[in-house]
Design a binder for this molecule. Structure first.
Ligand code: GLV
Ligand code: MN
Length: 224
């Protein structure tokens, strides 16, 4: 015979197990592992959830695995004084499904790679020439930063807002790398002040606790 106290504890156990099943497991998903040696992207095809479909192997050549797009200095004559040259799957289709990519970032003196985040990747980088202030802000609003010189590396945890600024006398150059073939980049300023259609002023004035004219001025700087 089952006592009412033992059936009660069995019920509690089942209840706890059900509760555990409802708690979502932490997700650590990143770009999927490749299922074959390579899958050079067919950029003319529609991307699927895991990237681009593969080019037919018969059409793949050595050229698909080499990319010289990061060899040229970017044009830093713009409002930010910086230039980012992407080496992601869209520029270098051989990266498709490999879960990696790189950028080249050039800086004029004082130049800024403006605050942005990568929704799909952590970032690491190395300074090649010059002196860069590198910083990011955590979800607890803690700002971590350091001035780096040639050969020094940094890491920006996935999804956090970060920037680099040239604080040296001359030009600066850095290469950055990502654990995604297409990390994506959400620029803080343009995301909010230059979207199409525009984020309404009533949202931005309240969010930033400023008047309409300030929001309009910032929007005008980004061509909105
Ligand atoms: C630098 O932050 C980059 O995204 O390349
Ligand atoms: Mn970045």
């Amino acid at each position: 015979m089952v006592s009412s106290s033992s059936s009660g504890s069995a019920y509690n156990l089942v209840f706890c197990l059900l509760l555990l099943l409802l708690i979502p497991f932490p997700s650590h998903s990143s770009d999927p592992d490749p299922l074959q040696d390579f899958c050079v992207a067919d950029l003319t095809a529609t991307p699927s959830t895991n990237g681009f479909p593969c080019k037919p192997v018969s059409a793949v050549t050595s050229e698909d695995f080499f990319f010289d797009g990061l060899s040229k200095q970017g044009n830093t004559k713009n409002a930010f004084g910086s230039s980012l040259t992407p080496g992601n799957v869209l520029a270098f289709p051989g990266l498709n499904t490999q879960g990696i990519s790189m950028n080249r970032v050039d800086f004029a003196p004082g130049g800024l790679n403006p605050p942005h985040s990568h929704p799909r990747a952590s970032e690491t980088g190395v300074v090649i020439t010059g002196k860069l202030l590198v910083g990011f802000v955590t979800t607890n609003n803690v700002f971590y930063s350091k001035v780096l010189t040639a050969g020094q590396m940094f890491v920006v945890p996935r999804g956090l807002v970060h920037f680099q600024q040239n604080v040296g006398e001359g030009n600066a150059l850095a290469f950055t790398a990502f654990n995604s073939h297409l990390p994506g980049a959400a620029l803080a300023a343009t995301t909010l002040f230059a979207s199409k259609p525009q984020v309404p002023n009533q949202v931005l004035t309240k969010a930033f606790q400023v008047e309409d004219d300030i929001v309009n001025t910032i929007k005008s700087k980004f061509g909105a």
